[in-house]
Write a protein that binds this ligand. Structure first.
Ligand code: PEP
Length: 264
């Protein structure tokens, strides 16, 4: 839609349920030793460790001035109260968490999070001064039935209606086709571009062309250093949500570097 738009790419590493807090310290130090100031000149980078790692991760990132933002993988929709086992967005904000992934397909599928739950979490993240990264994407059955665009329109529409229009411009959407996550079978650049352009159009229809042109849209699903440049060359794709490959600092930094230079 708007290839000339100055949207700054965001490369996010979703660690899922990997690395205890000692392993996290090691992994972040490893990343810190590899990352050069030039690597993040035109790109934002975030990592999303498990909750029990966040305090340690915050300490290392801040003490060693590593230019990587801290993220979480989900949060509660409420700020406080009788919600045994939940983690409040207030607590995340206190740890200087910048980005919170909301509605990852593993949360939607394994933990039965509905579009309504995702919308409530979007509000909670925004209310506490953080930026949601809202994941959307179709299953293989939906894709084969020709329902990809319908599924994306429903998920994106529900997510963006949760926030005031001007706030939507600053949020992040992540197109993550479920069939591409952890399978080694990434979407082709053509399919990723098609879906990201559709998502941008849904945002524009819901909250206006200007916001549609500003919102950042990541792609996620079997991203590796080798397929980064071709994906990042897609005009409506503004970053990557990386699972498996983000657990290896050397691979992750290669993805960050390849993201900065595909002619953007
Ligand atoms: C993810 O967890 O969001 C993801 C895209 O995983 P992977 O990169 O391993 O496919």
């Amino acid at each position: 839609m708007s290839p000339a738009s100055p949207r700054r790419p965001l490369i996010s590493g979703n660690w899922k349920m990997n690395f205890d807090h000692l392993e996290a310290i090691h992994a972040i130090r490893d990343l810190g030793l590899r990352i050069q100031p030039g690597d993040v000149q035109g790109v934002d980078v975030s990592i999303h460790p498990p909750f029990t790692d966040l305090r340690s991760a915050q300490t290392v990132l801040e003490a060693e001035s590593i230019p990587v933002a801290l993220g979480a993988q989900t949060c509660a929709a409420e700020d406080a109260g009788a919600f045994t086992g939940e983690i409040s967005p207030v607590m995340l904000a206190k740890l200087h968490v910048t980005y919170v992934i909301v509605g990852h397909s593993e949360r939607r599928t394994l933990f039965h999070e509905s579009d309504e739950t995702v919308a409530a979490k979007m509000k909670a993240v925004h209310r506490n001064g953080m930026t949601p990264i809202c994941c959307v994407g179709e299953s293989i059955d939906e894709r084969e039935a020709g329902l990809t665009r319908d599924r994306l329109a429903t998920q994106v529409g529900s997510a963006v209606r949760a926030l005031p229009g001007d706030v939507v411009a600053g949020m992040v959407l992540a197109y993550e086709p479920i069939w591409a996550i952890g399978t080694g079978q990434a979407a082709t650049p053509e399919d990723a571009q098609d879906a990201c352009a559709w998502i941008r159009g849904v945002v524009a229809d819901a909250v206006g062309e200007e916001v549609g042109a500003q919102v950042r849209i990541q792609y996620g699903g079997s991203v590796k250093a080798e397929n980064t440049a071709e994906l990042m060359a897609c005009p409506d794709l503004d970053g990557l949500l990386v699972g498996g490959a983000s657990l290896d600092a050397s691979q992750f930094i290669e993805i960050v570097r390849a993201s900065a230079h595909p002619g953007r």
